[in-house]
Design a protein around this ligand. Structure first.
Ligand code: DC
Length: 229
């Protein structure tokens, strides 16, 4: 398993995706969004008429599902049974079901295996909820981004393409998602041991990216000095 990864975990709308992509761009690394794989599996389950309740995602269904990867720019895209779900990953139906699908232990095992494989032969920035705690517990660099629920709801609402939902509605959906993600028994959202925690509530994307880049380069500098000694 590659430990040469940068992990970025945190709740929904904590700024993970934008930050992870920017850090990967700056360091010329591959960017892997693990949430997109949970969404792709959910999409395929829904297409196959499988209701996204935990008990209905069978071991056989997951076993038969082929997950492959494609590189678009520096970001990994996950294909399920040869198909890229594309914008469907962000559909309402996938969004409504994905937390339940992501709570199924067999689904988590499959995603963990695919993520380790995707990062095996290349350095990557991997984002999600359990990346530093479960998928790459020995990663050299771990970060955990957070922000208040109100601020995260404000961000989600501002980027929302569904005009009918107000900030309060978005806040409620976000809190429900947070609760499911952090209370499930299989690898819940948690601050990984050894992670640098960054509260992004009042920070710009640029300053979060800068904080991560300087933390990575400080550590690289220290390692170099130790080697010279
Ligand atoms: O980050 P996102 O909204 O695309 O994540 C979709 C869902 O997948 C969300 O309910 C959290 C879950 N998820 C997870 O449980 N573990 C991860 N490593 C990534 C996402």
């Amino acid at each position: 398993m590659s430990d040469d990864v940068i992990t970025i975990d945190g709740p929904a709308a904590s700024g993970k995706s934008t930050v992870a992509k920017r850090v990967a761009d700056e360091l010329d690394l591959i960017h892997i969004d693990s949430g997109s794989l949970y969404r792709a599996i959910t999409w395929q389950a829904l297409r196959n008429g499988i209701v996204a309740a935990q008990a209905t995602i069978s071991h056989d269904f997951l076993d038969a599902m082929q997950v492959s990867t494609d590189l678009k720019g520096n970001s990994i895209t996950f294909l399920v049974d040869g198909t890229d779900p594309g914008l469907d990953l962000r559909s309402q139906s996938v969004a409504a079901a994905v937390s339940d699908v992501a709570a199924v232990p067999d689904v988590r095992r499959k995603v963990t295996e695919c993520l380790r494989q995707a990062a095996q032969s290349r350095r990557a920035v991997v984002e999600g909820r359990d990346i530093g705690s479960v998928v790459f517990p020995n990663a050299r660099f771990k970060f955990y981004l957070d922000a208040t629920a109100d601020e995260r709801a404000r961000r989600r609402h501002a980027e929302s393409t569904v005009p009918s939902s107000g900030v309060q509605e978005v806040l409620h959906a976000l809190q429900t998602r947070d609760r499911k993600d952090s209370t499930r028994s299989a690898s819940p959202l948690t601050i990984p041991s050894g992670a640098v925690v960054i509260d992004t509530t009042t920070l710009s994307i640029d300053s979060v990216v800068d904080t991560i880049l300087s933390s990575v380069s400080d550590d690289a500098g220290k390692a170099e000095k130790e080697e010279i000694r």
